[in-house]
Design a protein around this ligand. Structure first.
Ligand code: SAH
Length: 234
């Protein structure tokens, strides 16, 4: 992904959210140094994207002082914004083979919209599915403020993928099902990649690559995610 152009992300609109202290780009840089030292961030292009997106903007102002620690934070409705190190690991694996921005990417579990913004910078089009309508609405508002224009949002159950927009170059799930939903594998194009946590305790991150001859599965280590729940929240 090193030679990708910026795509959906608008650096000037992102910079408008920056300020001093807990909102400063320097805090973000320090976190990225930590991720590099920990060996979870290798791509210079992804580093540039993570340096641009203001993570503090995606959490409640009362939690903003913790936005540049490598931790998950509550975003309401019992859900959390993912660890920055997990976002880096999943994104790097998803794009590991990509020579250019992916055409279309499906995200399951919009949550705060933070990972969505990262994907928007590395893809032509992003389709993001969330089962809690209010979280989706808040994420849409944030991304509109950051002038991200290549994302389409859906309130739906991500177990089923998004057949109308398939096949996908990449699918990233931020919610953990008990077993991999076959629909997601079926909605990958040949050469396409799915990255998804599976199981409950402990959860394991898996990567799947769809080849002509079948599916390749790669174990990517332990992670901590919220469960993938059935149906749309009422
Ligand atoms: N990437 C997000 C992570 C949010 S946590 C962020 O960094 O903010 C995972 C999200 O998955 C939660 O918002 C949860 O509501 C959502 N989710 C859980 N089960 C789902 C399902 N079946 N379909 C769509 N979204 C689901």
């Amino acid at each position: 992904m090193e030679n990708f152009t910026q795509n959906g992300l608008n650096p000037a609109a992102c910079a408008e959210q920056d300020g001093v202290g807990v909102h400063s780009p320097r805090r973000r840089q320090r976190l990225l140094q930590l991720l590099k030292t920990a060996g979870v961030l290798h791509s210079a292009r992804l580093e540039q994207v993570l340096a641009t997106v203001p993570r503090h903007f995606f959490v409640d102002p009362a939690l903003a002082q913790r936005a540049y620690e490598d931790c998950a934070l509550p975003i309401g409705f019992g859900q959390t914004i993912s660890h920055p190190s997990t976002v880096a690991r999943m994104t790097e694996w998803l794009y590991a083979d990509a020579q250019q921005p992916m055409q279309n990417v499906l995200e399951i579990g919009t949550g705060s919209g933070y990972q969505t913004a990262i994907l928007s910078a590395l893809s032509q089009s992003v389709f993001s599915v969330e089962r809690i309508a209010e979280l989706s609405r808040q994420a849409q508002e944030r991304l509109a403020q950051l002038k991200v224009e290549n994302v389409t949002f859906y309130t739906a159950d991500g177990h089923w993928g998004l057949p109308a927009e398939a096949p996908f170059d990449g699918i990233l799930s931020a919610a953990s099902p008990e077993t991999v939903p076959p629909e997601l594998l079926m909605q990958l194009r040949i050469g396409g990649r799915l990255v998804i946590p599976i199981g409950s305790s402990p959860q394991q991150l898996f990567g799947f690559i769809r080849h002509e001859q079948g599916i390749e599965q790669v174990a990517l280590g332990n992670v901590s995610f919220v469960p993938m729940r059935k149906g749309v929240a009422s």
